[in-house]
Design a protein around this ligand. Structure first.
Ligand SMILES: [Fe+2]
Length: 131
C-alpha cells in the first residue's frame, strides 16, 4: 500500500497518523514476502490496537468539535473496525501467526483502511476544511 494523493485528506494531523499506520502495515507486507510474517504479526497487532484507537479518538473529537453531521455513522465504522482487530487478535492468540491470520490482517486491515481513508475520512476532511 503506497501513500498517494488519493489518500490525502488535507488535514495535517489526520494525514500524519494515516501515514504512520500505512508505514506499519507495509512493514508487515514486506516481512511476509521475506517469510518473516510470523515474527511481526504480534507486534503490529499491538501497535495497531493502540495507535488506531488513539487515531480514531482524535478524528472523532475533531468531528464532534466541528459538528460533523455524519459523526455517528463514522464512529460506527470505527467501532466495527476495532472489533475486527480484536477478532484478529483473538485468532492470533489462539492459533498463532498462521497463514490465515497473516492473510486476514492484510485483507481486513489494508482494504478497510484504504477504503475508509479515501471515502469517509476524505468526506469529513472536506467538511472540516469548508467550515
Ligand atoms: Fe475515520
Amino acid at each position: 500500500m503506497r501513500w498517494n494523493s488519493n489518500l490525502e485528506t488535507g488535514v495535517e494531523k489526520i494525514d500524519i497518523q494515516h501515514k504512520e499506520i500505512i508505514k506499519r502495515i507495509n512493514g508487515v507486507l514486506e516481512a511476509c514476502t521475506q517469510q518473516r510474517g510470523k515474527e511481526i504479526v504480534g507486534d503490529t497487532l499491538n501497535f495497531l490496537e493502540k495507535y488506531v484507537i488513539e487515531h480514531f479518538k482524535d478524528e472523532e473529537e475533531s468531528q464532534i468539535k466541528s459538528g460533523y453531521p455524519k459523526y455517528k455513522e463514522h464512529k460506527i465504522l470505527h467501532d466495527n473496525f476495532i472489533q475486527d482487530l480484536k477478532d484478529l487478535r483473538n485468532k492470533f492468540e489462539q492459533d498463532g501467526a498462521t497463514l490465515t491470520v497473516v492473510l486476514n490482517m492484510n485483507k481486513v486491515v489494508v482494504r478497510w483502511l484504504a477504503r475508509h481513508i479515501m471515502q469517509e475520512d476524505k468526506e469529513f476532511a472536506k467538511y472540516y476544511k469548508s467550515r
